[in-house]
Design a protein around this ligand. Structure first.
Ligand SMILES: [Ca+2]
Ligand SMILES: [Zn+2]
Length: 404
């Protein structure tokens, strides 16, 4: 345990030197006038958004720690720069159509507090072709659609359509889209830029990501100092036991092991398959999720030492006992909550991002439609954008504009 801590703090030391060197490199290239442009978290691909390539951001290291304490942190001011750290939470199977009524009646207090602290919608979308777990989580981590589409470039999608277990020699790169040699992820961008990355997953099939981004299969780091090929510094997978998983995650946050963390809460999906989506049993399980979200909030956005951004979304919803029907609104309608720079407190995410995204009503749209809905696949680039880092290489969902 001791030696582990020593190793990690040495890594932290190295990564801070790297971050400083990157800052120096950036300052040479940046022109202050460009900072006046609206903050484009994800720059231009679909919809009428400005060309992100002209927008230059100041360094993330300009972010300053928060100094408020206790429950009043929920009322902390809206940041307009960048955060030090980001937590991305995916609640497996958290169908949004079931949440509006209970939230209106004051059930799920933490979910409500998160919505009040940031910008959110209960009408975000899963992928349009696949409403199952691994394909959607791969979108969430890479910013890519799941499947090929004749109206999109052939290198846009990630191609991981299986929701089963992968073998130890299968990776996103060798078994996904054959037109892409390497499927980059939020882990790559954060890690290559000297940040520490963590994954806490509640289903063992998430080993797909551990394998795809390990020291053998992860890409060579060409960004600044060499931070290595192992893109996930700290990976923990515990099947369907979020009490233990989140205790581990929050302990690691307290020990400052994670600058970017992905947490996957598995239980809602299991209760949905066993008892049915939207049943009293399922709604009771959301109470437990609400408690886990409270714990995660207390160790991130409500803690004192660092500024955190937080994203909460889901891979898919569900209808009766399943969720595999990509044409079923109950399956494809999911929440998307984002707390961070310029994400106006208590705002509707569609209103906030109306220059780039439009509420799809009850429809599911293909990626080639001119006005895109907000999808779970935006999470990857929203996360790196909050950190002041560039979009993920090869990612497609990068056009969401958060006005400054
Ligand atoms: Ca690097
Ligand atoms: Zn499922």
């Amino acid at each position: 345990m001791l030696s582990l801590k020593k190793t990690l703090s040495f890594r932290e030391f190295l990564s801070r030197i790297a971050a400083f060197l990157i800052l120096v490199a950036k300052m040479r290239n940046y022109r202050p006038v460009l900072v006046l442009a609206p903050l484009v978290l994800l720059s231009g691909c679909q919809g009428p958004e400005p060309d992100g390539s002209t927008v230059i951001r100041p360094s993330r290291t300009g972010a300053s720690p928060r100094s408020v304490t206790g429950d009043q942190n929920w009322d902390a001011g809206v940041r307009t720069d960048f955060v030090d750290r980001v937590l991305l939470v995916s609640v497996d199977g958290l169908g949004a159509v079931y949440l509006g009524g209970p939230l209106h009646h004051g059930r799920y207090p933490t979910l409500q507090k998160l919505r009040d602290a940031g910008s959110s919608t209960l009408n975000a979308r899963a992928d349009c072709d696949y409403t199952v777990t691994l394909p959607n989580h791969t979108s969430m981590l890479t910013g890519r659609p799941v499947a090929p589409d004749p109206n999109l470039p052939s290198n846009a999608y990630h191609g991981w359509t299986s929701d089963g277990y992968s073998t130890s020699d299968e990776t996103l790169h060798n078994s996904g889209n054959p037109n892409v040699t390497y499927i980059s992820s939020v882990f790559d961008v954060a890690h290559d830029n000297g940040l520490r990355t963590c994954m806490y997953a509640g289903k063992s099939k998430f080993s797909l990501y551990s394998t795809s981004y390990d020291a053998t299969n992860g890409a060579i780091d060409h960004v600044g100092a060499d931070n290595g090929r192992n893109k996930i510094d700290h990976g923990v997978i515990i099947d369907y036991d979020s009490d233990t998983l989140i205790a581990q995650a929050t302990a690691d946050f307290d020990h400052e092991l994670c600058d970017f963390a992905f947490v996957h809460i598995a239980e809602m999906d299991l209760v949905g398959h066993n008892s049915g989506w939207g049943t009293p049993e399922w709604l009771d399980e959301v109470d437990r999720v609400d408690g886990w979200l409270q714990q995660l909030a207390e160790h991130t956005i409500l803690s004192d030492d660092y500024s955190w951004g937080l994203i909460v979304t889901a891979d898919h919803g569900g209808d009766q006992y399943s969720h595999g029907d990509n044409s079923d609104p109950w399956d494809y309608t999911i929440p998307f909550i984002a707390i961070g720079p310029n994400l106006t407190r208590g705002s509707d995410l569609y209103e906030l991002t109306q220059s780039s995204r439009r509420d799809p009503g009850e429809r599911q749209l293909r990626y080639s439609e001119p006005w895109q809905p907000i999808r779970n696949g935006e999470a990857a680039n929203v996360a790196v954008g909050m950190l002041g880092l560039p979009p993920i290489a090869g990612s497609f969902m990068r056009g969401l504009v958060i006005p400054q």
